[in-house]
Design a protein around this ligand. Structure first.
Ligand code: TXA
Ligand code: MG
Length: 328
């Protein structure tokens, strides 16, 4: 049996299969099998009120899962699927409450990864899959991340290599009168507005409950402090002088204006590209690497406050530990 056939057998038998997507790895189960769905919540430690995204094989399959599908849904689906966009639509009556968290809506997407597209075509159903991490933790972008996080509790991991986009899909709510973005991602608000020919509402106007948008999410085990450049270097200097072990994620090497004889010595120091797509692709893998037992914290330089960086900033802000008082 090849890898796809094995994954297919597990899915058909109600088992859990980790699937590669272009965004992050998903913890997949047959979206029509209540026992398998319950197992997803159990393994993730996720509240049953937090609904799942159903991954479907084709645009036509929307009709198996949703009703009253607006013209806008088909427009964006044709423009961006397969791709990192999830649509919230009115649920079809046949959809299980375990998928939707008993809400009247459902989340759907066609992921853009060759292995998972082939798996979906052969499965010919829907695969419900949240990100394959425990609740509130960093999303996995490699098969190794999934194995390290979930171990034997996942029945099979379909290894599709590292994820190209690196952060979760953009979520667009089309179930209400006005389209709204509930989670920013690689598909930008601008790109959606161009196709929809209308302004999008932000999530604050939406009545929908998105438990995944609770403040603390996507977090490493160690405290992560998101700091503006000047504070970042001051803090790094301070921790070094106190001989405290820390890790650092910044855009640049030591700034020129700093005296050469001043020493910053993080345990690990990763410098990120100044391009938001390349930054997103590496982000979770880098945070996984920096989340080491031996350090006291992770210092991260704030990305620019511009729309291009919105999705990355959103993930970093959720990963960050709130600073109730100055670090020193
Ligand atoms: O890129 C992604 O979207 C990845 C890959 C695996 O597809 N999946 C992912 O799933 O990020 P998860 O479960 O970690 O995040 C799904 C988000 C959650 O915030 C959930 O609350 C929201 O989608 N969601 C699911 N169904 C919804 C619904 N009916 N209405 C509103 N939000 C919904
Ligand atoms: Mg998640």
């Amino acid at each position: 049996m090849n890898a796809i056939e094995q994954a297919l057998t597990f899915l058909k038998n109600g088992k859990l299969v980790a699937i590669p997507t272009e965004t992050v790895y998903g913890l997949g189960a047959d979206a029509r099998n209540p026992t398998a769905l319950a197992q997803i919540y159990h393994i993730k430690g996720r509240p049953m009120t937090n609904p799942l995204i159903v991954h479907i094989p084709s645009i036509e399959a929307i009709h198996d899962w949703a009703i009253e599908i607006p013209e806008n849904a088909l427009k964006v689906a044709h423009a961006f699927w397969p791709g990192p966009l999830t649509l919230i639509l009115k649920r079809h009556p046949s959809v299980l409450d375990l998928v939707t968290g008993a809400q009247e809506t459902i989340a759907l997407r066609i992921p853009n990864h060759p292995l998972t597209l082939q798996l979906l075509a052969e499965f010919n159903g829907g695969i419900a899959a949240p990100s394959a991490n425990r609740y509130g933790r960093l999303s996995p972008t490699t098969a190794e991340h999934v194995r390290a996080e979930l171990g034997d509790s996942v029945d099979y991991i379909l290894d599709g290599g590292p994820c190209g986009v690196g952060i979760e899909s953009t979520i667009l709510d089309l179930s209400q009168d006005f389209p709204a973005v509930l989670r920013p991602g690689h598909i930008s608000v601008d790109a959606l507005e161009t196709i929809l020919k209308t302004d999008l509402h932000t999530k604050h106007h939406s009545k929908i409950i998105v438990p995944g948008s609770s403040e603390s999410h996507y977090a490493p085990h160690k405290p992560l402090y998101l700091l503006e450049k000047d504070v970042l270097w001051e803090t790094a200097l301070h921790l070094t002088s106190k001989k405290k072990s820390f890790n650092l994620l910044s855009f640049e090497q030591k700034p020129k204006e700093m005296l050469l004889n001043i020493n910053i010595s993080p345990n690990q120091w990763i410098t990120e590209p100044c391009d938001p797509d390349r930054y997103a692709e590496k982000l979770y893998a880098d945070l996984h690497d920096l989340d080491e037992e031996k350090v006291s914290c992770i210092l991260v330089q704030c990305p620019p406050n511009t729309v291009q960086w919105e999705a990355v900033r959103d993930r970093l802000q959720r990963a960050a530990t709130a600073l109730k008082q100055p670090l020193f």
